[in-house]
Design a protein around this ligand. Structure first.
Ligand code: ADE
Length: 252
């Protein structure tokens, strides 16, 4: 079934970035997912098509008005209903939420339809969030100029996990953070030529010995994880994804 994604945004053209290029474009052509953007400006009734206003209580910046967003969300929900999705969840992108992880992406992927609400300016009238938003998501502890890039990050990360989107050759099961990788970062990759810029491909990869190659990759993945993200290694041991015998590889 085609995943249905609607986006509420003042900048729909930004989404050409995922609709027009790469794996996300191919997956869109193959109907693994569908995208429809709604501009809240098209849901205003005044002649200036006003989508923002000054904050009550004063202070810098502007706040997005509730009503145009409310009407745009309704349009998205109606569209999804017509395309067979009963109750799509509304996701608000905000730095004031818990940063998403691989596990969160996989959960989001289970939804047959989602509506992404992208804020601009200082934010959105809180009453709209209260009334309409089901999930608030951050993509990291830094502030973007709007939710659009965050929504695209989520869509990209989800679409590549959909069945049939990646062929087995570039399967997502071997990615860093994938549960099937045992909580380790990915190992390094090499291709031709055998010597580049005076640097050789590690001999272990040239041996043709599949067991030896697998062992080398696991050791290097563990070394990388230990030096770059010791927190991941600790979690993998705690969750029994790795055990002490795996650690022996490190000293081998
Ligand atoms: N909007 C602005 N910053 C953001 C962030 N870090 N994550 C999600 N949405 C945002």
């Amino acid at each position: 079934m085609t995943k249905q994604y609607d986006v509420i945004t003042l900048f729909p053209e930004m989404f050409d970035a995922i609709a027009d290029s790469g794996i996300t474009r191919r997956a869109l052509d193959e109907k693994a997912w569908a995208l429809k953007c709604w501009n809240p400006r098209d849901f205003t009734s005044d002649k200036h098509r006003t989508v923002d206003d000054r904050p009550f209580g004063g202070g810098p910046g502007m706040v997005m008005k509730a009503e145009p967003l409310n009407a745009a969300i309704d349009a998205g929900i109606q569209r999804q209903k017509n395309d067979g999705v009963d109750k799509p969840k509304v996701v608000y992108l905000t730095p004031q939420a818990k940063p998403i992880t691989d596990e969160g992406i996989r959960q989001l992927c289970e939804e047959s339809g989602l509506i992404f609400l992208c804020g601009r300016y200082e934010g959105i009238d809180e009453r709209l969030i209260q009334s309409r938003v089901d999930i608030e998501i951050s993509i990291g502890d830094y502030v973007l100029s709007g939710g659009e890039l965050a929504a695209m990050v989520l869509i990209d990360a989800m679409v590549r996990l959909l069945p049939g989107v990646l062929n087995t050759a570039d399967s997502a099961t071997e990615d860093s953070f994938s549960p099937t990788r045992g909580g380790l970062l990915d190992h390094p990759h090499y291709t031709r030529p055998e010597v580049w810029n005076g640097l050789e491909v590690p001999q272990e990869l040239m041996s043709g010995n599949h067991a030896g190659i697998a062992k080398w990759r696991k050791r290097v993945a563990m070394e990388r994880t230990l030096s770059r993200r010791p927190d991941l290694l600790e979690a993998a041991l705690k969750n029994a994804v790795l055990d002490q015998s795996d650690l022996k590889i490190l000293s081998a």
